[in-house]
Design a protein around this ligand. Structure first.
Ligand SMILES: Cc1cc2nc3c(=O)[nH]c(=O)nc-3n(C[C@H](O)[C@H](O)[C@H](O)COP(=O)(O)O)c2cc1C
Length: 201
């Protein structure tokens, strides 16, 4: 066995040490500015028209839907994040956090009180034309890979800002289908939910 030198944490290493899943949130309203910041760190566009994380042939299959329950200056509702405009498009008015909570296998008791939830999804049935030369299932694999990058970006962002975040990916399939049909872009498969809020002390 070859012993390796201990990592020398710089700023990024320090944030990795701070990153922890939070399941204990306060119900404190979260500022829209912070939600905007989290969305950009997850899926934002950069100056060259690409995005903050890698994507197979720059196809960017992962969509983000914000379920806002307690966000200052944002009416309660569900919104689609549009990376190009760095803007939100309303999908539906009303509080759907409890519906999202109830489709999870183990977060039903607390997720519905979290101020903001991001739902990551992708159209995993139709391969984008840029991937037409590859076996059909590859585009689905890429979407699953890419949602991991996005979640890690949010997790590190949360560590940096001191906010709490956790990724949830255990769902009841039939409940998830019903929520997906109502809240997600057409033909999108639910990949993950990311809860964001102030950590309870
Ligand atoms: C793919 C994936 C699925 C997860 N699903 C859930 C989940 O359904 N419910 C939950 O409470 N936590 C979920 N988590 C969070 C893990 O439980 C958590 O990352 C793990 O306990 C390690 O703790 P840490 O993130 O604080 O290091 C998931 C994490 C990953 C990476």
């Amino acid at each position: 066995m070859i012993a390796l030198a201990a990592p020398r944490p710089r700023r990024f290493g320090h944030l990795l040490k701070l990153r922890r899943s939070t399941r204990n949130f306060t119900t404190t309203e979260i500022q829209l500015e912070r939600i905007a910041d989290a969305l950009w760190h997850a899926a934002g566009e950069t100056q060259d028209g690409r995005r903050v994380s890698a994507s197979a042939r720059a196809t960017y299959p992962v969509n983000l839907t914000l379920v806002a329950g307690s966000v200052a200056d944002l009416p309660i509702g569900t919104y689609r994040y549009e990376p190009r405009e760095h803007a939100l498009e309303i999908v539906a008015a009303g509080d759907t956090r409890q519906d999202v909570a109830e489709m999870t296998l183990d977060a039903g008791s607390w997720l519905g009180d979290c101020p903001a939830l991001f739902i990551a999804s992708a159209n995993t049935t139709r391969a984008p034309s840029a991937l037409a030369d590859q076996p059909a299932e590859h585009s689905r694999h890429f979407a699953w890979m890419e949602v991991g990058f996005l979640v890690q970006n949010i997790s590190i962002w949360a560590a940096e800002t001191g906010l709490g975040a956790v990724v949830i990916a255990g769902f009841d399939d039939s409940k998830a289908r019903s929520v997906s049909e109502r809240l997600l872009p057409v033909e999108n498969e639910l990949l993950a939910v990311i809860a964001i809020g102030e950590r309870a002390r």
